[in-house]
Design a protein around this ligand. Structure first.
Ligand SMILES: Nc1nc2c(ncn2[C@@H]2O[C@H](COP(=O)(O)OP(=O)(O)OP(=O)(O)O)[C@@H](O)[C@H]2O)c(=O)[nH]1
Ligand SMILES: [Mg+2]
Length: 475
């Protein structure tokens, strides 16, 4: 539905103000067919000179539902003149009108006595489509409360019902039979006056039909139809989304299939070059500190510090991918040691190709220089810059790499990238990973392999290919 919440609220407010508690008579139909004119005739005014505004115009004249009280056979009803339902030039306008009509109907708490479907006499070709739309929107049962009013009829057709009948197409005849031949002619206001017999006859006939319905069409009925329609729309949306996911997965399968065995070996080696030690500590949103090997998909881990109106606060981000994990493989790490201003020391084990925030930019861990390089560490909830005191090599068992949605992570209090291997262009890598971030919004990753994730493998291989093609050694 197109109408905004604000618009809906305004319509509801208006309707609450205007709708006394009587059953409703709805005037519906295409823009400019003569709904307001018929409303005026029914209210005892000349078609062009009554409470409902009428005008010859290409654009809709009645923009919001208008109501007036009408009495038929000692019963009171709210006569509701609605905006043009179907705009042949612009489907989105029809959707807005349908939304407004839905809101109107929802406020008809005493039910709908009659739906007067106002149509031009020439209306015939599109009857099937319009009736289907009305049935889809209001339900099949609404036809049991429907009255058709023909407009734009000439003098002869208006004066003689038989002449009018002869103009009906077989489809129109079928439809009129389906609604027990409840039809009238709304006289052309340019040809007839209020005191003309034929005006009286048609309006009398309309009122007779309206009064003849034993009970009003209730809004529960409409709500049932609306719920069914909304369910169908929801299913269609779900189906479309599943289809998109399926296509994406097919693409992913093709990509991983395309990775050749040489690529696999290289990717495996690179996997071992691109990670943290299993016992690296991260902070969860609830304040707990856990080892990286215990992190699960969906956990929110500290990934940085942000300034919230002058207060420094830890920022958390969801872990959406375990890029690779091996609990047994002997792996060579760099041990990066640092000292905080208060004299406390700390260290971080990560592979040489991993990206770390060094001297205010992301760079490979292998470029850290003891006594020179500055890294960022967490101190009392703030990120401070500290000097690295030592870098050494150490072989440890197992490795892990985890990806957060923002692409950074605080590991053993050190501000690091989640990425590695490719040149340390954080934003570029983050952008390239958008598809996998997107797909994992809908389907959680369950990848816990020791080889790097197939999508990353594909990226590594292509990166190698392009950097080789340009004979330019990027790393
Ligand atoms: N020729 C002819 N003109 C008519 C007839 N009924 C209404 N009109 C004219 O058609 C124009 C539009 O009529 P409205 O009653 O305002 O139409 P509407 O369906 O309420 O239009 P929107 O509110 O814009 O959807 C006016 O100028 C009317 O005088 C009819 O039966 N024949
Ligand atoms: Mg109107």
């Amino acid at each position: 539905m197109v109408t905004t919440n604000d618009e809906i609220e305004i319509i509801k407010k208006e309707l609450r103000k205007k709708l006394p508690q009587y059953p409703a008579i709805l005037l519906i139909g295409n823009t400019g067919v003569g709904k307001s004119t018929l409303g005026n005739w029914l209210l005892g005014h000349h078609g062009d000179n009554g409470p409902f505004e009428t005008k010859a115009s290409f654009d809709s004249v009645t923009l919001e539902p208008q109501t007036a009280l009408i009495e038929i056979n000692d019963c009171k009803y709210n006569l509701i003149d609605t905006p043009g339902l179907f705009d042949l030039k612009d489907d989105s306008k029809s959707e807005i009108a349908l939304t407004k009509l839905a809101n109107t109907i929802n406020h008809c708490s005493y039910g709908i006595q009659t739906i007067i479907f106002v149509v031009k006499k020439s209306f015939g070709k599109e009857i099937d489509r319009r009736i289907q739309e009305i049935k889809g929107f209001l339900g099949e049962k609404s036809l049991d409360h429907m009255l058709i009013a023909f407009t734009h009829c000439n003098m002869d057709q208006t004066m003689d019902r038989k002449i009018m009948k002869d103009t009906f197409t077989p489809k129109m005849k079928d439809f009129l039979n389906r609604i027990d031949n409840r039809w009238i002619i709304s006289p052309n206001p340019d040809l007839f006056n209020l005191d003309d017999d034929i005006v009286y006859t048609n309006i009398y006939e309309a009122k007779d039909i309206i009064g003849s319905f034993p009970e009003a069409y209730t809004t529960e009925m409409f709500n049932r139809v609306r719920r069914a329609r909304e369910d169908a729309e929801k299913e269609a949306r779900q189906h479309a989304q599943e289809e998109r996911m399926r296509c994406f997965e097919e693409e992913l399968a093709k990509i991983s299939g395309a990775v050749n065995s040489a690529g696999r070996i290289r990717a495996k080696k690179e996997a071992q070059d691109a990670c943290f030690s299993l016992d690296t500590v991260v902070t969860l949103k609830d304040g707990r500190k856990i080892e990286m090997s215990d992190v699960k998909i969906g956990d929110h881990v500290a990934c940085g510090v942000y300034n919230n109106a002058g207060n420094k606060e830890l920022r958390y981000s969801e872990v959406y991918l375990i890029a690779h994990l091996d609990k047994h493989q002997q792996t060579e790490f760099l041990k990066v040691e640092y000292i905080k201003p208060d004299g406390m020391t700390g260290s971080l084990y990560l592979t040489s190709e991993h990206h770390v925030f060094i001297d205010n930019a992301f760079d490979y861990a292998r470029n850290i220089r003891p006594h020179t390089s500055q890294i960022h560490v967490l101190e009392n909830g703030e990120s401070i810059s500290v000097k690295v005191t030592n870098v050494s090599k150490e072989t440890r068992k197992g490795y892990i790499a985890i990806f957060t949605r923002v692409g950074t992570i605080i590991a053993n209090d050190v501000f690091c990238s989640c990425y590695s291997n490719c040149p340390p262009y954080q934003n570029t890598i983050h952008y390239i990973l958008s598809p996998i971030r997107f797909i994992t919004l809908f389907r959680k990753s369950n990848y816990y392999g020791n080889e790097i994730h197939p999508y990353l493998k594909f990226l590594y291989n292509n990166y190698q290919y392009f950097s080789g093609a340009f004979k330019y050694k990027l790393c």
